[in-house]
Design a protein around this ligand. Structure first.
Ligand code: SAM
Length: 341
C-alpha cells in the first residue's frame, strides 16, 4: 500500500460563513440539517475508526463540515456523493484545498454503484480484517433507512462497496431508528429493521447528538451508528427470502408469529403450510415476533425455503398484491390444495 500523505488544509471560511456566502438555505424536501459544531463532527469521524491512508466515501456532504474533519485525518482519498448541486462551489473549494485528495460526485447515493470506486489493492478477504475503506454520512432520515436496507442487500451479495471485503459504515439516524437498529430480543423497539440489520452486521449505537446541534434544528435527536459486516450472517440465505419472511412475520408485531407466517402462503393452503413451516422450524407458533431470536428466524427462513423448493411459485406469492394479481395464484392454491389432500 502507498506512502501516507498528510493533507494540510489551508485556512477556509467557517461552515456557517460558507452557508451564508453561498446563500444556502436548508431545503426541507432534502431534509437538510447542517452540523456546525466541530467537536461533534470530529466525534462522528472518530467513530469510523482509523481512516489514515484509507479511502472514505462520504454521503451527503452538504457544505462540507464532516468532509473537512475526514480530510484532517489524512485519508488517501475522499469521495463525496451529494445530490444538491448548490453545494458544488463550496465542495470544489474544499477539493482544491485538499490538493487532489477529494472527488465530488453529483448524484443520488441510492443509485450510486461502488464496485469500481476504490483501488483493487485495498481489497481484503471477506474473512480477514475489514479493508481500510469507510462509508460515512449524516444523511436525511428519509434516505438513511432505505439506504441501510439497500446496503444490507449489497453486503449479503458481497457487491458494491463490499466487493472489497467487510467495509464498515458510520451513519446517522433519527434516535428512535438508531435504537431500533440495535434493539435486542423482547425489547419494545425490536422490529424488522433490527432483525434484518443484525443478521448481517455487528451494530453499535455510539452516541446521540441533540437536535439543537443542527441548523436548522430537526424535531428529533440523532443517533450515530456504526456497522461492521459479520464474516458469516446468522441466516445465510438469499436476501429476498430473509426479507420476505421477516417482513411478513413482523406485519403482525403484537400477534402470535403464526399470524404473519400464514401470510407467506395463498389463502386456501395457508393454515396447513404455516403449520408445516413452524413445525419444521421447531418454533412455538404462539410467540410474538419481537420475542423470536435470530436463531429461530434462521430456522423459519430455512423451513420456508424448503417448502418453496417444492413449488418455487410460492416465492412470488405476496399477500398484499392487488385482487387481480392474487387471482393469478388461484391455480397455485388449487394445485397445492389437491396435493395436500
Ligand atoms: N453532511 C452535512 C452536515 O452534516 O452538515 C449535511 C447533512 S444534511 C442532513 C444531508 C445532506 O445529504 C444534504 O446535503 C442533502 O442535500 C444530501 N442528500 C440528501 N439526499 C441525498 C441523496 N439521495 N444522495 C446524496 N445526497 C443526498
Amino acid at each position: 500500500m502507498g506512502v501516507e500523505v498528510a493533507v494540510r488544509l489551508p485556512p477556509l471560511p467557517s461552515i456557517r460563513d460558507i452557508i451564508s456566502l453561498y446563500k444556502i438555505n436548508a431545503l426541507r424536501k432534502l431534509s437538510q440539517n447542517f452540523l456546525l459544531d466541530t467537536r461533534i463532527i470530529d466525534r462522528i469521524v472518530k467513530t469510523a475508526g482509523r481512516i489514515e491512508d484509507g479511502y472514505v466515501c462520504e454521503v451527503g456532504p452538504g457544505p462540507g463540515g464532516i468532509t473537512r474533519s475526514i480530510l484532517k485525518r489524512n485519508p488517501r482519498r475522499v469521495i463525496v456523493i451529494e445530490k444538491d448541486k448548490r453545494f458544488l462551489p463550496s465542495l470544489e473549494l474544499l477539493a482544491d484545498a485538499s490538493q487532489g485528495h477529494m472527488d465530488i460526485i453529483l448524484g443520488d447515493v441510492m443509485s450510486y454503484k461502488m464496485d469500481k470506486v476504490f483501488p483493487d489493492d485495498y481489497c481484503k478477504p471477506w474473512d480477514g480484517p475489514p479493508p481500510n475503506i469507510h462509508l460515512i454520512g449524516n444523511l436525511p432520515f428519509n434516505v438513511s433507512t432505505p439506504l441501510i436496507i439497500k446496503w444490507m442487500k449489497s453486503i449479503s451479495e458481497k457487491n458494491s462497496a463490499w466487493t472489497y471485503g467487510r467495509t464498515k459504515m458510520t451513519l446517522t439516524f433519527q434516535k428512535e431508528v438508531a435504537e431500533r437498529l440495535v434493539a435486542p430480543i423482547s425489547s419494545d423497539q425490536r422490529c424488522r429493521l433490527s432483525v434484518m440489520c443484525q443478521n448481517w452486521c455487528k451494530i453499535t449505537h455510539k452516541f446521540t447528538i441533540p437536535g439543537t446541534a443542527f441548523l436548522p434544528k430537526p424535531e428529533v435527536d440523532v443517533g450515530v451508528v456504526h456497522f461492521e459486516p459479520l464474516v458469516q450472517p446468522i441466516i445465510n440465505l438469499p436476501f429476498e427470502i430473509v426479507e420476505k419472511v421477516v417482513r411478513c412475520i413482523f406485519s403482525f408485531r403484537q400477534k402470535y408469529c403464526v399470524r404473519g407466517i400464514e401470510t407467506l402462503f395463498p389463502k386456501k393452503i395457508r393454515v396447513s403450510f404455516a403449520k408445516e413451516m413452524y413445525e419444521i422450524a421447531e418454533v412455538n407458533p404462539q410467540t410474538q415476533p419481537f420475542r423470536l431470536n435470530l436463531e429461530e428466524f434462521r430456522r423459519l427462513c430455512e423451513a420456508y425455503k424448503l417448502i418453496c423448493d417444492r413449488d418455487p411459485r410460492l416465492l412470488k406469492y405476496n399477500h398484499r398484491a392487488s385482487k387481480m394479481e392474487l387471482e393469478e395464484f388461484e391455480d397455485l392454491n388449487n394445485d397445492l390444495l389437491s396435493c395436500n389432500n
